[in-house]
Design a protein around this ligand. Structure first.
Ligand code: AMP
Ligand code: FES
Ligand code: ZN
Ligand code: ZN
Length: 296
């Protein structure tokens, strides 16, 4: 197997691009895919300040690494959820700290236990729901810290596999609200800053390979409360289609990203936001879900 570019031995084969690459040309390919996403979806302008939400997993660390290498003014945010099982939160925090200190990039750690005296485990057990409470909490904290730091954009590590599986799941149920929000660029609105997904043109295996190539240590423990089984099934289903017809997954998501405004129009007419009476962040109820969960 030879590299499509230089004809030296290749180390990776990418069927959906009809290409094989050596390590050097894979790196060039990867950086160009992120640059292409930034340009196509108008994610960032040169020199803008971007806060990357990092979990310690491969996607968010890789997106931080690439944006930093491309010269953006990057800082990180890690939310310490306080999940003790599997040493999940302890390992996630350690991995993030190591990554950011090696590159000399500032990292803010938001520790829920320190701020509110309780962890996701305390709250999840009380309410009987972990994942949805955790998702709501992470979204709130990301928005609040991005607003407080006055950054131009908030980036997450979502990749093409995540986004196409979410699209598939939301289409099956015609979840108009989520269908309007699955795009790689959500413009700033009121107190919410612009949200971007720079890995939108990259697959999970490509990100995994980039992390390996650059010796990026990622968290190995998995969250004991995660309910991603259904999501995983959708990913597997799309992968089996992709295997038979390479390029389908990319086409599926890219076509959606061109017509997503249809869903946005439908959604905007229905939801009106106002400031939360406790924290002032936009919400559809008098007190936002975050304040109800963590402050009352
Ligand atoms: P998930 O919802 O766990 O699939 O994560 C989606 C994205 O949210 C990741 O790629 C990260 O950018 C961000 N994220 C997840 N967990 C955390 C965390 N504990 N702290 C900060 N950002 C996170
Ligand atoms: Fe939030 Fe598992 S990471 S419940
Ligand atoms: Zn090569
Ligand atoms: Zn609030």
């Amino acid at each position: 197997m030879k590299c499509t570019v230089c004809k030296q031995p290749a180390v990776v084969r990418l069927p959906s691009h009809h290409a094989r690459f050596c390590a050097e040309h894979f790196d060039v390919f990867f950086m160009r895919r992120v640059e292409k996403a930034i340009k196509r979806y108008k994610l960032l302008k040169k020199g803008e300040r971007v806060l990357v939400a990092v979990s310690g997993g491969k996607d968010s660390l890789v997106v931080t690494d690439v944006l930093h290498r491309l010269g953006y003014d990057v800082c990180g945010l890690h939310i310490d959820l306080g999940i003790s099982a599997n040493q999940f939160s302890a390992e996630s925090l350690e991995v993030c700290r190591e990554f950011f200190s090696k590159r000399n990039i500032p990292l803010e750690v938001y520790n829920l236990k320190e701020k509110f005296g309780k962890t996701i485990e305390d709250v999840g057990e009380r309410i009987g729901r972990f994942c949805s409470t955790c998702g709501m909490t992470k979204r709130y904290v990301m928005n609040a810290v991005a607003h407080q730091k006055k950054v131009d954009a908030l980036a997450t590590g979502h990749n093409l596999d995540d986004l196409s599986a979410a699209l598939f799941a939301n289409l099956l149920r015609w979840e108009m609200r989520y269908l309007s929000k699955g795009t790689p660029h959500l413009p700033a609105e009121g107190n919410f800053c612009r949200k971007i997904k720079p890995l939108v043109l990259l697959f999970e295996n490509e990100i995994h390979f980039y992390a390996k190539l650059h010796n990026i240590r990622v968290v190995t423990a998995s969250c004991p409360h995660s309910k991603k089984a259904k999501f995983k099934r959708y990913k597997e289903l799309l992968n089996s289609i992709e295997q038979k017809s390479p390029g389908t997954k990319r086409f599926f998501y890219e076509k959606y990203s061109q017509i997503a405004h249809i869903f946005k129009a439908e959604n905007e007419a229905k939801i009106s936001l106002r400031p939360c009476s406790i924290c002032n962040m936009p919400t559809s109820t008098e007190i936002c879900a975050f304040c109800k969960t963590w402050k009352i």
